[in-house]
Design a protein around this ligand. Structure first.
Ligand SMILES: Cc1ncc(COP(=O)(O)O)c(C=O)c1O
Length: 396
């Protein structure tokens, strides 16, 4: 049977990772990876996570199944974290949440839920978007369309083009937005832009599908949640998918959630039963360990405070590195303005250089990035920033 299949080309990012691994230069620099790194290039286990994990190991006395919707404490804590404790949608019982295997699992559950509610559903994603949005959502059966988002020349959101596209959509169309720290561009919607989108979505009956994979890594928990909270307050139906991979550093534990904001309590109950049924049909139950860690952290004041400090430190470091890189580039080269990097947020930005320049960076200067010129800001550090800036300026 499987002779009908053909070997597929290697994933582009994996290809760069292989080249990086094979490079024998001791000063090689990797800006292609999709995980947070500290000053020493490590992706550490957070202290809050270690402590929560120890408490769980000490107290857990069974590995029996938890539930199809996962850890109820985790789901409740995630709702409070994302929406804020006194959000009207929570107060009115309009939100139902299921734990999912990472943000990716959450996107998949949401996709099946859309298709169940609306066979043939299509989703509008930003141009560009996280590279896995398209294969993941298409594999689930959704049809995808793109809306203009990032103006690669001006290094900012093309908000007029975005609005113009949304103005033409029919009521009930689903639009995927990034809650904060847009991946891959780092260009985030301002509060005014979220306000304008909420007004437009409300007027035209569009459904926001918000991918919230970097909460806390942009400007702060409440600041990053502005759009999600606004949409959930203003609109009758919203779907929010979270990931705890980056902000809790729980990548391999596969922790995320899907929250469905419905028109009322009864609709929320129906949404929960369907999301649970979808989850049952795909993977039966999500893995427990990572969600148990998050639930422990968020429900324990000491651990929660510790985590707030740790996510704050990651965020501040990313934002300082953004400025550091801009300054280093400006010191060396005034003709081209890279200041947009400091205005962007999260782990990624596009440098905006050509394929040839990217290859030269790799082959002549041992600086690695993916073909789109997306760089992981966390790959920059105090000791390699000069080398990176020298190399970039040399290929401009
Ligand atoms: C925008 C976006 N959504 C979802 C995900 C999926 O994250 P997870 O590893 O939790 O599946 C990522 C991961 O990089 C992401 O960048």
């Amino acid at each position: 049977m499987f002779e009908t299949l053909e070997e597929l080309p290697q994933d582009a990012i994996l290809g760069i990772m292989t080249l990086f691994r094979e490079d024998q230069d001791p000063g090689k620099i990797d800006l292609s990876v999709g995980v947070y790194q500290d000053e020493d290039g490590n992706t550490p286990i957070l202290d809050s996570v270690r402590r929560a994990e120890q408490q769980i190991i000490a107290s857990q006395n069974t590995k029996s199944y938890v539930a199809i919707a996962g850890n109820a404490g985790f789901n409740a804590q995630m709702e409070t974290l994302m929406f804020g404790a006194d959000h009207p949608a929570l107060r009115d019982g309009r939100v139902s949440t299921v734990q999912s295997p990472g943000g990716s699992g959450g996107l998949c559950v949401a996709a099946h839920l859309f298709l169940r509610a609306k066979p043939g559903a299509r989703v509008w994603i930003s141009d560009p978007s996280w590279p896995n949005h398209s294969p993941l959502l298409k594999l689930a059966g959704l049809t995808l369309e793109q809306y203009p988002y990032y103006d690669r020349e001006k290094h900012r959101i093309d908000f007029d083009a975005m609005l113009a596209t949304f103005e033409k959509l029919d009521s009930g169309e689903i639009v995927l937005l990034h809650g904060c720290c847009h991946n891959p561009s780092g260009a985030d919607l301002s509060r005014d832009q979220w306000d304008a989108l909420a007004e437009l979505f409300e007027r035209r009956g569009l459904i926001p599908f918000i991918d919230f994979a970097y909460l806390g890594l942009g400007d702060g928990i409440d600041e990053d949640a502005y759009g999600v909270r606004l949409m959930a307050e203003r609109l009758p139906e919203v779907v929010v998918v979270s990931s705890c991979s980056k902000n809790f550093g729980l990548y391999r534990e596969r922790v995320g959630s899907v929250s469905i904001v419905s028109t009322g309590k009864t609709a929320a109950k129906i949404a929960l039963s369907n999301a649970s049924n979808v989850a049952r049909g795909i993977y039966s139950m999500p893995p427990d360990h990572g969600a148990a860690i998050v639930a422990e952290i968020l429900s324990n004041e000491k651990l929660r405070t510790l985590w707030h400090g740790e996510v704050g430190a990651m965020r501040n470091r990313l934002n300082l590195l953004r400025q550091l890189l801009v300054d280093k580039l400006a010191e060396r080269h005034q003709e081209r303005d890279f200041s947009f990097i400091a205005r962007e947020r999260g782990m990624f930005s596009f440098l905006g250089i050509s394929r040839e320049q990217i290859v030269r960076l790799r082959e002549e200067f041992h600086v690695y990035m993916v073909e789109s010129s997306r760089i992981n800001i966390a790959g920059v550090n105090q000791s390699n920033a000069d080398t990176i800036a020298d190399a970039i300026v040399a290929v401009l």
